[in-house]
Design a protein around this ligand. Sequence first.
Ligand code: GDP
Length: 877
Amino acid sequence: MTDQADTSERKPKTGGKTLSLKRTVESGHVRQNFSHGRTKTVVVEKKKSRTLKTGAAAAEEPAKAKKAPAAAKAAEEPAPAAVEAEAPKPAKKKAEAPAAAPAAAAPAAKEKPASRARSGVVLRTLTEEEKQARALALDSAREREGEDRRRAEEEARRFADEDARRERERTEAAARATEEAARLAAEQTTRSRAADEAKRRLDTDAPAGRVATKDLKADEGDDDEKPKRGAGHTPAKPPVARRTEERRRGKLTITKAFDDEGERQRSLASMRRRVERERKKHMGIQEAPQKIIREVVIPEIITIQELANRMAERAVDVMKILMKQGIMLKITDVIDSDTAQLVAEELGHSVKRVAESDVEEGLVGEDDTTETKKPRAPVVTVMGHVDHGKTSLLDALRKTDVAAGEAGGITQHIGAYQVNLSSGARITFLDTPGHAAFTSMRARGAKVTDIVVLVVAADDGVMPQTIEAINHAKAASVPVIVAINKMDKPEADPARVKNELLQHEIVVEDFGGDVLAVPISAKTGMGLDKLEETILLQAELLDIRANPDRAAEGIIVEAKLDRGRGPVGTVLVQRGTLRVGDIIVAGAEWGRVRALINDRGENVMSAGPSEPVEVLGLGGAPEAGDVMSVVESETRAREVTEYRQRVQRDKRVGTGGRTSLDQMLSQLKEQDKKELPIVVKADVQGSAEAIVQALEKLGTDEVTARVIHVGAGGVTESDITLATASGAPVIGFNVRANAQAREAARQAGVEIRYYSVIYDLVDDIKAALSGMLSPELRETFLGNAEILEIFNISKTGKVAGCRVTEGVVRRGSSVRLIRDDVVVHEGKLSTLKRFKDEVKEVQSGQECGMAFENYQDMRKGDVIECFDVEVVKRSLA
Ligand code: GDP
């Protein structure tokens, strides 16, 4: 429509230009701009009064002129709207006319502005040209009119078409809607019919469930039914969803809206967190293979915690791995190096197994060359039977020092002293008599003693401890010098002593042997110089030498924590020279030597080979027998001692376990564990198996017994190690623990229970498991005796000639006969004789005769264990 208006307006404009002379209306098109970019072209008109005059008359009849234009115009301008609009506004034109009149000076009549300006000049007839133009204009106007009409008609037709189309569409849509509605209705009926059908079938087939299922399955397989059901289901979904959507929208409240929003945010956040977690986890997994592979130093035993620390792993992971192997352990439990290695390797670490010797590598220097070695004082240990005069001899020898009696003689008891002889020679005596010290030092690998002086009382002869001393000396390959003491006594019988010694493979010179024997009296001082000479002679034979010009190495002879001075250790320098300021390592302790004090109580700056000195400056008191060495730096000292301390700690941790049966159970309760591990050792494989079977049947709701190790034979150290590591008690069935195992068990706190009746064993464990231990029959070990000889005595039968090796043997106490750590008999003694008399008890070291009640099969080498049985009321820990 607007287009039409435009065209209609454009046309007059074109026409206007053409009919320039006739124009009474100045019109223009103004484009109006509206908001939203809409524009509208409007026609602006300006009307002018037209003056049509012919010659002078034109000026005289202005009124006529006023009317004329209307007529003229009617003839000239067929466009009605424009003409009509011009007429009612004469006044304005009149006012304009006088203004224009004086200005009209131009003679040109052709120009329409000029003609207008020269108003009232002529009423001009139309020129040919003008007529033509007018005709043309008329034609075009007519043409335009026709065109407009045609267009309008066309438009109308188009509209009609459009309407028809819309109408058609509407009808079609309505038809479709009806169709759809019909279809939906049809579906609904189908569905409900299917449901009814299913229900009906279920109802009918309810008693036979399987049949119903079968039917349903058959239904599913039915091709006819399937599409129907499918058609019924698929389109049904969107309306339902739409409905819920609408319902939700309808019920939406602000709170709900916020809630919903919050929920959405939360889930989003949690999703993000989850993604993040996943990412991290993923990264973690990726990182895992990149973890630091460590070389883990594994000592002989290690706690799980320590192992985890060294690997920088979590102890839990270590325990998990062990658990997979079926080993249930706590974080503080110790495992052996093999297990630790398995764990470390499982976790991807490399393992460095270390033995104590590894850390101490290089600590003890290499052997010195012969030319650097110089003679040193021999180190002597005095041994012998109790009361034979060891202490007396040591005191007496002390006094033989050249400075003795004067100020500065040997005044201090530091564990060893050195005697200066008038000849200038020196002898060092270890001030700790008795073979126990000697052996304990030897057991630590310290060979301190060069010569053993065996003191035998001339009036008493060879006694058990004399023999023991001989054996120890022999075992240590240390030469023996026999000092036959108490020669001042009238009953002294050195010949007898020498004779008795022969029995123990000590053949003195008199008898053609190489053992030197010196008769002395510690009381009177007789023969002491001779003894010293003999010692020096022996030392010469031994060619005792050491290199004094090197870093000192020695042995701790004695150590204590002195109140005023702190830890003090007496070092017997073995080679090299110890100086003030040296950094030393002794056992698990180290320190810088602050002062050295000799046996005279003097401060010295150094101590050479075989010189005993007290050392001040250690961090702690080491133990007697510990090896002392000088190291190059504090770092090295720390390294060594830290390692040694760790080993000690590990051992302590291992020994700290509470593994008696009672303690085990309370521990189990604490830990809520369900198993009681047990190590079983039995005399024969058959009984071992019987015990295991019996024990494994014993489970209660609370706990069950689990035999972690079973074997035939005596209880050995390795059994104890295992028991310690597992926190298990050891059960010995008709077997005994050997000495090392006993000691290990004592240190580790592992309980060894001995049984000889399988029912007792089972009952005890059963009672233990059910938490109702009956009063415990506790054995108190009294002593052991070794059978040296079996005598057949007509009246009493077989009698064992024994020597009590440990503790005491008492008549009336229970005894067991043990052969190779296995109990072969248990019962009572019928006889306990010392020499010819019946005695109540026999002390360690003494010999005696023993016979069993109703038992004859004793053999040489068997051990008779003597013990008391006491009833201990079981107290719950
Ligand atoms: P230890 O147990 O081996 O150290 O022996 P002791 O040195 O304690 O001596 C035990 C007893 O024997 C003491 O009463 C000493 O007096 C005594 N005794 C030690 N030596 C002699 C000696 O040569 N002659 C005499 N008559 N008695 C001695």
